[in-house]
Each structure stands twice: as structure tokens, then as C-alpha cells.
Design a protein around this ligand. Structure first.
Ligand code: 1CP
Length: 342
């Protein structure tokens, strides 16, 4: 049996859309929370057996059509020499770049610091059920840069990081280039270790004007995309808040684009090149509502799913910790059992 997820990515006709969720391997799973009582997030990432186990929890517990590597986008700054801790309030860097006089000089990229992740990938591949595709990922340069400059995420606005793009553009570009260079090596090594698909998480695309994104960020993002696509690995781009920038996404750049919950999926379909597939875009907060309310919203996707075969069911952003496991499972079962009339 082939994978419905890989078939869809390759443009084949399938009886239903494949389904997986961003942040599926985390706090909505009771099995994950049980492991977290014993181990910290960083302990689990550093242990190939635990990292593989957590990566595969959503396959066993939810029945999703793909696994995503259990890791974090902030391993790139860590491999550039920044001291990172995952606290209950989120990730924190002890030495944010905003405190450095010459921030570009403070970074010391060391690709060897990422090697443990390739070992985790190999362990996942050894232990995963047959035909379970594995998604590898990294953060997009802007999103990674925001955390590196500010050190923490305060209301997701990152004013000092964004200000640096205007006040100290050449320094910002040097940092963004260094992030991109290491991300390219990282993506290539994930592919070598055996991932099937690569997703680039640009959570904070909507923080800057479209023109600035196009000028500074897009060239870097395209370098990562090219490095991935040149290996024949499907490339999914998730630019949350990109707005009209969806029009830039052509097949040469990305195979699929993940649509945020702000953008109506039908409008996204019109904006994005027709040969680029879509992923998305249910509002994760809907999953806090009763199942009857969830089902009504899900039904609205049927006409879209009937017409559009190059579509992967997902959320418009990651699962949030408050969401009940039963509601996540309800969505997976609904997508799998609905007659999509294809
Ligand atoms: O305490 C814990 O158990 C740790 C919680 C946690 C988990 C499970 C963090 C801290 N990261 C992760 C895993 C993670 N992060 C994955 C793995 C697979 C999956 O389940 O999807 C992925 C793909 C990420 C990516 C990530 N990390 C992004 C981009 C995607 C997104 O959701 O926007 C971002 C912005 C981060 C930073 C981060 N790491 C962790 C937290 C709590 C945050 C967000 C901080 C913030 O901005 O508020």
C-alpha cells in the first residue's frame, strides 16, 4: 500500500484528502503528557529512542497520515552557539542577540551540533510502521531570527527584531544569511537521513510588510526551497500571515503551501498557482468547541475537497495545548470516514 499523503504530494488522485496536524506530537496527547512527567522536552529530543517514540505517538493514538519529526525550530540558533532552555512559558535564550554590540560576530554555526537529530531520524525510520511518511522541518529565517534577537516570544510581536531590519539592515541580512546557510545543510542532512517531505515553518511572515518580506526574506527562503527540491523531496512552505504574498508561490518554488486560518481556502486556491497544492486551514481554536459545532465547520470543506485533489487537510496553525484529545481524534476520523465524492 502506498501512502495517501505521498500520493497527494505527487499529484495522484486519492479517495480522500490526507490528514495530519502541525504540533501533533505535543501536549494534546495524553501519552505525551505522561512521558513529560518523567522527562523534559530537551531530554526527549536528546534521546533517539524517546524522540522516535514521541514522533510516532500521533500515528498510533490519532491515526494521522504522516509523522513529523519531534524536534523544534530553535535547534538552529542552538547550533549557532546560543544557549537555549525550554521553560513552561516557552523557549528562552540566555544571550539574545539584541544585547550584543556586534550580533553577527556572536554566532558560531557548528553543523556537528545537529548530528543527534539525524540519529533520531534514523531511529524513527527503523521503528515506524511501513508506509508511514516522515516530515522533516526547520524554521524559516525570519521566524528563527525573531526568537534569536529577542530571546523570548512576548505576545508574538518581536518589535526589536523587526526594528533591526530597518535600523541595521546589513547586520540583519548577515544574520539571516547565516541562519539560511545552516538551515540548508540541516535540510540536506535530514533528507540524507531519510525524511520523505520537508516543511518550512514561517510562523511570523505576517509581522512585516509584504514588500520587505519580498526584498529580504524571499530570496533566503527560495535558497532553502531550491536545496530541498533539487533532491526530489517535496517541499511544503507554511508562511502564516503572508496575505497577498500567496501570489508569489509558483511550482518552481514550492510543491504545497500551508494556508493560515485567516485566509479563506477558496480565495487561497485562486491566489496560488494552480500546480501548487494547498494544505490547511482549519482554525485550531474551533477544536475547543463541542463536536457538533466542529462537524458543521468540517462539512464546509466537502465541496472544496471534492474539486481539489491537491489538498492536504491540516490546521491553519499548530494545535494548542488546551485542545481536548477527543476532538483532535474526532477530526481525523471525520476526514477519514467522510465520503468526499471523488
Ligand atoms: O513543554 C513541552 O512539552 C515542549 C512544547 C514544545 C513542543 C512539543 C515546544 C516548545 N516545541 C515542540 C515541538 C515542535 N515545535 C514541533 C514538533 C512536531 C509537532 O508536534 O508538530 C514543531 C514542528 C515545532 C515548531 C515550532 N517551534 C514553531 C513553528 C511552528 C508553529 O507552531 O508556529 C515555533 C514558533 C516554535 C517555537 C516554540 N517551541 C516551543 C514553544 C512553546 C514554542 C512557541 C513559543 C512562542 O512563540 O510562544
Amino acid at each position: 500500500m502506498q501512502s495517501i499523503f505521498l500520493d497527494t504530494l505527487q499529484g495522484k488522485k486519492t479517495s480522500r484528502p490526507p490528514v495530519w496536524f502541525m504540533r501533533q506530537a505535543g501536549r494534546v496527547l495524553p501519552s505525551y503528557m505522561k512521558l513529560r512527567e518523567k522527562y523534559s522536552f530537551q531530554e526527549m529530543m536528546a534521546n533517539p529512542k524517546l524522540a522516535a517514540q514521541v514522533t510516532l505517538l500521533p500515528i498510533h493514538d490519532l491515526g494521522v497520515d504522516a509523522a513529523i519529526l519531534f524536534s523544534d525550530i530553535l535547534v538552529i540558533p542552538e547550533a549557532m552557539g546560543m544557549d537555549l532552555t525550554f521553560t513552561d512559558k516557552g523557549p528562552v535564550f540566555s544571550n539574545p542577540l539584541k544585547n550584543e554590540i556586534k550580533p553577527e560576530m556572536a554566532l558560531q554555526p557548528d553543523e556537528k551540533k545537529l548530528e543527534y537529530i539525524y540519529e533520531n531520524i534514523k531511529e524513527i525510520i527503523r521503528t515506524k510502521p511501513a508506509n508511514t511518511p516522515l516530515i522533516g522541518f526547520c524554521g524559516s529565517p525570519l521566524t528563527t531570527f525573531c526568537y534569536m534577537v529577542e530571546g523570548i516570544s512576548r505576545n508574538h510581536t518581536f518589535p526589536e527584531a523587526i526594528a533591526m531590519l530597518y535600523k541595521n539592515k546589513s547586520t540583519a541580512i548577515k544574520i539571516l544569511t547565516a541562519i539560511t546557510d545552516l538551515s540548508i545543510t540541516y535540510a540536506q542532512q535530514q533528507i540524507k537521513a531519510g525524511i520523505d517531505v520537508f516543511q518550512l515553518f514561517e510562523t511570523h511572515a505576517g509581522l512585516i510588510p509584504e514588500s520587505l518580506y519580498k526584498e529580504i526574506m524571499l530570496p533566503q527562503v527560495k535558497r532553502i526551497a531550491k536545496a530541498v527540491k533539487s533532491t526530489g523531496t517535496p517541499f511544503i512552505y507554511m508562511p502564516k500571515g503572508i496575505g497577498f504574498g500567496l501570489e508569489w508561490i509558483k511550482p518552481k518554488f514550492a510543491d504545497f503551501v500551508s494556508i493560515d486560518w485567516q485566509t479563506p481556502i477558496k480565495k487561497a486556491r485562486k491566489a496560488v498557482h494552480k500546480k501548487v497544492g494547498l494544505q490547511g486551514n482549519l482554525d485550531p481554536r474551533l477544536l475547543l468547541a463541542p463536536q457538533a459545532v466542529i462537524e458543521k465547520e468540517l462539512e464546509k470543506y466537502i465541496p472544496f475537497g471534492k474539486k481539489n485533489k491537491n489538498w492536504i487537510f491540516n490546521l491553519g496553525h499548530g494545535l494548542i495545548p488546551q485542545i481536548p484529545f477527543e476532538n483532535v481524534k474526532f477530526v481525523v476520523d471525520w476526514v477519514k470516514n467522510t465520503d468526499w465524492q471523488r
